[in-house]
Design a protein around this ligand. Sequence first.
Ligand SMILES: *Cc1c(COP(=O)(O)O)cnc(C)c1O
Length: 389
Amino acid sequence: MILQQIKDDDHKYIMNTYGRFNAALVKGKGAKAWDESGKEYIDFTSGIGVNCLGYSDDGWVKAVTEQAARLQHISNLYYSPLQTELAKKLCEITGFSKVFFANSGAEANECAIKLARKYSFEKYGKDRTEIVTLENSFHGRTVTTLSATGQDVFHNYFFPFTEGFSFAKANDMESVKAKVNNNTCAVMIELIQGEGGVNPLEKGFVNELADYCSENDILLIIDEVQTGVGRTGSFYCYEQFGIKPDIISSAKGIGGGLPMGACLCSEKLRDVMSPSTHGTTYGGNPIACAGALEVLKRVSDKKFLEDVAEKGSYIKEKLLKIKGVSEVRGMGMMIGVVLEKDNAKEVAVKCVEKGLLVLTAKNLIRFLPPLNITKEEIDKGLEIFADVV
Ligand SMILES: *Cc1c(COP(=O)(O)O)cnc(C)c1O
């Protein structure tokens, strides 16, 4: 099929919720993708931080296809050895106590929110329900996670929204304290705001916040949906801040390309959920778990994570030498590029035209390359980028 026909049918049959780039991708290998006409692209996106091992990685494909041939789905009313193995490995890697598997980032956050509210309900009664998040955050597209998202543009059309969320200023402890009251049960943050424009939080603020939460039995929820699974050079980003959250949510990279979300909790929350208080039909699906086990095995390796950090620094250094780049933000291979001309959308469109897949976030260019991208591929991609800028 030619691109124009694909576009016509897309516009005719698919709800118009995405501003798509002008390319239809049909094939990929590692950090390279091809469109329907056979044109090659270097990939600096991993989907949106999903394909952490790149497109159709051999080990991942083997794990997933073998599992598809063996057993594709069972009800969560039966024991699932792969789900158990994945939960055990996640807990061993992170030191968290228990896991709930979902299918997306928004769902992982829904679980985190329910967990925080139930913990507080049982300990303090029904009024302690409020959750403070940060201005400019992004936590998902369900009605509740939209409420949790600290951006006014998302609080439209779909009234009534879930109550109980308020928004504090990032890196401002006084602002957080001003939003906290006797009914606050949790604070939920991204350590690097992804959709909000690749804004890393200050270490001092995060540490002070963690201490404050722990002193007041306010649960600290870290949304690691974009920052997790090796993206920033540690398995989870919070490790680099020296804190121990009560709850984290994970998704995007965790399944290596299959839908999976996970909510991990610490020891004091291990028994909060009980049968029928939460659940999902697909969550922890055996094929997704088989893919995730391959991801975990590879990405949790110390050398692999060091390479992510090293390649991230390499990209940053090279970016800063490109004329027209005014600032580079982020950690590991979660990178935001501010352009002098403030024309990120235009540059992104042009990059795709020239064979480089990139993302934007607010008014900057965002790179989330596959974690196993090679230096040669990085060089080739940055060459295209420099050319366009
Ligand atoms: C992408 C993202 C989400 C939402 O994940 P979905 O899988 O699209 O539901 C939530 N939080 C953060 C930080 C994200 O980057």
